[in-house]
Design a protein around this ligand. Structure first.
Ligand code: GLU
Length: 286
């Protein structure tokens, strides 16, 4: 067996659609071609949206498509302590700060992977002093932990200039090869808040390292997030895997498939009598 390890990491907040099927098969077939390992990871940190029923249905759909994965399956909701520990390490490094400007919409996005554009927050002009923080905490004000790009840059010094990753697939603008990581494209992202002790960025970076993922295969809509993941890896001394982003499956009108625009779910295709072979042909994977 080669040392190639990849994963498919869905969030069980709805039904799998053809876009997910493509992503899962893209990773699974790459692991088979490389004679490597394939891991299924359940990214369910957003406990308000993720449900056990969706997880079961997802696994059933993936088995139906012919995928096999290693047991046990890691469920992120069972590992909040790991992410809290990681945040603690970042706090000790002085690269996170409390932000009391927690706009609802922005915070709602936190636990989900930011598919597509995210708002860029560049941080306060001057850090809030500890007395004011203590006062606001005492008043019960909500806050989020944000990654400080300014502090991270100071900590890394020269290494900031050489942060990079290998892209074997393609980013949305055709990015390929050695890519210079530019975390400033995403700004001071939210890493945690009181009720959800981790964000997508923190959990995914932790788990890719903890599970020894050598190749991250996923959709192009997550390409930009890689800039932050590479920075977190550098701050925490974690290895940077190789990345392979794939183009997104679109419907007949050219729209990206997503659960919210009622993309053909595998459940409905199955109910309509499609065979796994026909579904594989629909996503152009044999
Ligand atoms: N859980 C993420 C999603 O639902 C994918 C994470 C990743 O592949 O990095 O799209």
């Amino acid at each position: 067996m080669s040392d190639f390890v990849t994963r498919f990491a869905p969030s069980p907040s709805g039904l799998l659609h053809l876009g997910h099927a493509f992503s899962a098969l893209f990773a699974f077939s790459a692991s088979q071609n490389a004679g490597g390992r394939f891991i299924l990871r359940i990214e369910d940190i957003d406990t308000t949206r993720c449900r056990a029923e969706f997880e079961h249905t997802m696994m059933d759909d993936l088995r139906w498509l012919g995928l096999k994965w290693e047991a046990p399956v890691r469920r992120q909701s069972e590992h909040f302590d790991d992410y809290a520990h990681m945040l603690e390490r970042l706090r000790a490094l002085g690269v996170v700060y409390r932000c009391f400007h927690t706009r609802r919409a922005l915070i709602d996005e936190m636990a989900r992977a930011p598919h597509g554009q995210t708002e860029v927050y560049t941080g306060p002009a001057t850090p809030m002093n500890t007395d004011e923080q203590a006062l606001r905490i005492a008043k019960g004000e909500a806050f989020a932990w944000r990654l400080s790009l300014r502090a991270a840059r100071e900590m890394l010094g020269q290494d900031w200039e050489t942060l990079c990753f290998t892209e074997q697939g393609q980013g949305p603008k055709g990015e390929h090869g050695t890519i210079r990581a530019r975390p400033e494209k995403l700004g001071d992202v939210v890493l945690a808040r009181k009720d959800i002790g981790t964000s997508y960025h923190l959990a995914v970076t932790h788990d890719d390292a903890a599970q020894g993922i050598t190749h991250v295969l996923r959709g192009q809509d997550l390409f930009e997030s890689t800039h932050i993941h590479v920075l977190l890896q550098a701050l925490l001394g974690l290895p940077t895997p190789v990345y392979r982003h794939h183009g997104l499956i679109r419907d007949a009108t050219g729209q990206r498939l997503a659960t919210r625009n009622h993309a053909a779910s595998l459940q409905s295709l199955r109910a309509a009598g499609k065979t796994p072979k026909e579904v594989l042909a629909m996503v152009k994977l044999k």
